[in-house]
Every structure is written in structure tokens, then in C-alpha cells.
Design a protein around this ligand. Structure first.
Ligand code: ADP
Ligand code: ADP
Length: 234
């Protein structure tokens, strides 16, 4: 896993007067598992997208200050090392068959074919989308449930062997069973890849026992986290 360092980072979307995030400083240690909470509109999604390197490029027209680095590499240049799981997996599950959705991230990174197939088999097993659970790699992805589709997106990220896994409301559209399956799959994915895990999710309790630290963005009073340290965001 990689260290994430956010230093005095601010971001303003194009054509907006207000800053979406202002002067955020936050560090996540290599391999650490962290849950970020904070009121709606605080800027959590904005921060996660910036860490994933999909927001903040100069040609996009927004304005940013400060820095976000992944092991000292600016986030914009570390894209291939960060896997992103979103609320809506349909935007990431784009091929007809389960197998093709699991492999394409690795293909984009230029991973060797044999290696991709090995990783894919292992990843689909980890997220319970395998023969043992009655799911063939040739199954049509459109016939999967919401939770299964999210787990397929997680498998796809695993095949990329990311240094960081970022999840933005990964359980938002799921029933309670689906929530726990997805949370467990993400925890397994982080464990197996050794990736640093940063999650924003409203289902806070579902992450008990998985995350090591909870950071409440914008809280007036710093609180003691699970590990007995103090989280400070401002
Ligand atoms: P959160 O994830 O904590 O709910 P967001 O990062 O989604 O917060 O939003 C932070 C602020 O940035 C909000 O004021 C929101 O309206 C604004 N914002 C988010 N996305 C965009 C966008 N694409 N264009 C302009 N403003 C945006
Ligand atoms: P208000 O109650 O005035 O609406 P806000 O909702 O803007 O206050 O903020 C609530 C808390 O979150 C405050 O502690 C504020 O310092 C913090 N906060 C809000 N937005 C940000 C941001 N973009 N960056 C860092 N801290 C923030």
C-alpha cells in the first residue's frame, strides 16, 4: 500500500465562486484502512476524485491549491495505482460478460495475459462471483444483482493490484445483505492486495472491525478514533 498525503489542498470547480474544499490537510499511512465521514456537501467526493487522479488537471478549468500525493507522486500522475469504487457500479461494469469486466482494468495497465487470467480467477473467487456461488465467468453482467455488480467492480480493481483503493459510497444502493457482502469484499480486496483503503460511506457501522481509523471531516472537536489516536482534519 501507498501513503496518501493531502497538504493544504483546496479545490474550486469551474465557474463556481465557492471553494468545494478548502485547506484540507490529511495523511493516511501506507496500508492503513480509513473511513471518512462528514456532512453532505462537505467535499468528500471531490477529495476522493482528486486522490484517484480524475479531478484537478489544468485543462479541466477548475482551480486547485496545495498538493495530493501518493507516495510522493502527484495524484494526477499516479492514476494507474489507485482503484476507485463508486456508488453506481454500472459506470464501471461496461462489458457484456462477467469475465471481460474483471479483466479490462488489468488489460489497460498492460499486464500480461496469463497473469491477468490468474488474478481474475482469484479476484472473482474472493468476491464470491465464482462457480461455487453458481456464477460462470460467461454470465451476462446485466443479470447480476446490485450487490453482485458492485462486487464485480471490486474484482476488476483487484486485478489491477492497486496501491490505494478509494470507495465513494460503495453500499449506498444496496439492501442490508448486499451492504455486508460488499463491505466484506472490499475488506478482502484491500487485505489481499495490501492496498491502502479510504472509504466514504453512510453505512458507518458496517465498517466496524474493518477500518482502523475514522476521520470526521469538519468536526469542531477532534475525537478519539478506534486506535486511540486523535484524528485532526483542520
Ligand atoms: P460530499 O461528497 O461531501 O457530499 P461533494 O464533493 O459532492 O461533497 O461536493 C462538495 C461541493 O462541491 C458542494 O458544494 C457541491 O455542490 C460542489 N460540487 C460537487 N461537484 C461539483 C461539480 N461537478 N461542479 C460544481 N460544483 C460541484
Ligand atoms: P456552517 O455551520 O457555518 O454551515 P459548515 O457547514 O460550512 O459550517 O462547516 C461545518 C464544519 O466543517 C466547520 O467546522 C468547518 O470548519 C468545516 N468545514 C466545512 N467545509 C470545509 C472544507 N471545505 N474544508 C475543511 N473544513 C470544512
Amino acid at each position: 500500500g501507498s501513503r496518501i498525503e493531502i497538504k493544504n489542498w483546496s479545490y474550486r470547480y469551474p465557474l463556481n465562486d465557492a471553494w468545494a474544499v478548502e485547506d484540507l490537510t490529511l495523511n493516511v499511512a501506507a496500508g492503513e484502512k480509513v473511513l471518512l465521514t462528514g456532512r453532505s456537501g462537505w467535499g468528500k467526493s471531490t477529495v476522493l476524485q482528486a486522490i484517484a487522479g480524475i479531478l484537478g488537471s489544468a485543462d479541466e478549468g477548475g482551480e486547485s491549491r496545495g498538493s495530493i500525493t501518493i507516495d510522493d507522486t502527484p495524484a494526477l500522475q499516479a492514476r494507474g495505482r489507485v482503484g476507485l469504487i463508486l456508488q453506481n457500479p454500472e459506470s464501471q461494469v461496461i462489458f457484456a460478460r462477467v469475465q471481460d469486466n474483471a479483466t479490462f482494468g488489468g488489460e489497460n495497465l498492460g499486464v500480461e495475459r496469463e497473469e491477468i487470467l490468474t488474478r481474475t480467477e482469484e479476484a472473482l473467487h474472493t468476491v464470491d462471483l465464482d462457480a461455487e456461488h453458481g456464477i460462470s465467468p460467461q454470465r451476462l453482467a446485466q443479470h447480476l444483482s446490485g450487490g453482485q455488480t458492485q462486487r464485480l467492480a471490486i474484482a476488476s480493481i483487484m486485478v489491477m493490484r492497486p496501491d490505494v483503493i478509494i470507495c465513494d459510497e460503495p453500499t449506498a444502493n444496496l439492501d442490508p445483505d448486499g451492504v455486508q457482502c460488499v463491505v466484506d469484499a472490499i475488506a478482502d480486496a484491500a487485505r489481499q492486495t495490501g492496498a491502502t483503503l479510504l472509504v466514504v460511506d453512510h453505512n458507518v457501522q458496517a465498517w466496524d472491525g474493518i477500518v482502523e481509523r475514522r476521520i470526521a471531516l469538519g468536526e469542531q472537536v477532534d475525537f478519539e478514533d478506534y486506535a486511540g489516536r486523535y484524528a485532526s482534519t483542520r
